[in-house]
Write a protein that binds this ligand. Structure first.
Ligand code: CO8
Length: 250
């Protein structure tokens, strides 16, 4: 791959967006590479995925403005659909996906982080949805995922103003999970990923699906889905072995 660096350490895969000269902007080529890679990761033995950006400055500065400045509605729709395909895959993939936000996460870059399950950020991170400053609305799920993560009033503030917020402010509004010093961001994220990788990947995958579905379902539907999903866990060897180990220890 040209724009995505992929490193594997045991069950953990780290994807680094590698377009540093353009602050890791998400061109069509980058999105195509994401689609191919996620198709592989969906089926392989990896248990946790980390997404980060190359260099000290940016996770990703968003969709490619140079490209967008020369297109009309038909290509814009294609670009939007490609972005949605990637972000929906990330959201639906039944493995934990962690964004290690190492600098700017703007527009599509912020939306990419929003589609991940957990967001850790370095103190120099700046997040935001500056699309309206360019005459467009957020187009890769920003109006929908941001709303669900931080609520409508805060989402509207960020989208209408297009302002960049610091990691501190992002933490205070629940947009990120934790701030980690830049020099430790990746090592701590990997250590966290390792903890997740030791837990049941089936149980984590099904929990991810339940939390995602629960965001839109009514409580009764969400709870019913939980009951049946919980019961399905009793069909796995993994559950049997984990419980047997616990009782044998006793
Ligand atoms: N796209 C393309 N190139 C970019 C982008 C971008 N989003 N961001 C930065 N770059 C390039 C710059 O053009 C520059 O390239 P070059 O050296 O060749 O001139 C290089 O990266 C470095 O950038 P700067 O010189 O601007 O670096 P600064 O440190 O001065 O500024 C900023 C950093 C503040 C991050 C600044 O680069 C910036 O404001 N970038 C744009 C951020 C932005 O507005 N992002 C939102 C884009 S819109 C979007 O993401 C929509 C998503 C939904 C799309 C739906 C599809 C239709």
């Amino acid at each position: 791959m040209k724009y995505l660096k992929v490193e594997r350490e045991e069950d953990i895969v780290q994807i680094t967006i590698s377009r540093q000269d353009k602050l890791n902007a998400l061109s069509l080529d980058v999105m195509d590479e994401f689609i191919s890679l996620l198709d592989v990761l969906e089926k392989d033995s990896s248990r946790v995925i980390i997404i980060t950006g190359e260099g000290p400055k940016a996770f990703s500065a968003g969709a490619d403005i140079e490209y967008m400045s020369n297109i009309g509605p038909t290509d814009a729709e294609k670009y939007a659909l490609r972005g949605h395909e990637v972000l929906n895959k990330i959201e639906k993939l039944e493995k934990p996906i962690i964004a290690a936000v190492n600098g700017y996460a703007l527009g599509g870059g912020c939306e990419l982080a929003l589609s991940c399950d957990i967001r850790f950020a370095s103190p120099n991170a700046q997040l935001g949805q500056p699309e309206v400053t360019l005459g467009i609305c957020p187009g890769w799920g920003g109006t929908q995922r941001l709303l669900r993560i931080i609520g409508p009033a805060r989402a509207k503030d960020l989208i209408f103003s297009g302002r960049k917020i610091t990691a501190e402010e992002a933490l205070s509004m629940g947009l990120i999970n934790k701030i980690i010093p830049s020099e430790n961001l990746l090592s701590e994220t990997r250590a966290y990923a390792k903890v997740l990788s030791k837990n049941s990947s089936f149980a984590i995958g099904i929990s991810k699906m339940l939390v995602n579905k629960g965001t839109d379902a009514n409580l009764d539907t969400g709870l019913k889905l939980e009951i049946y999903s919980w019961a399905v866990c009793f069909s796995t060897k993994d559950r049997e072995e984990r419980m047997r180990k616990f009782t044998e220890k006793k």
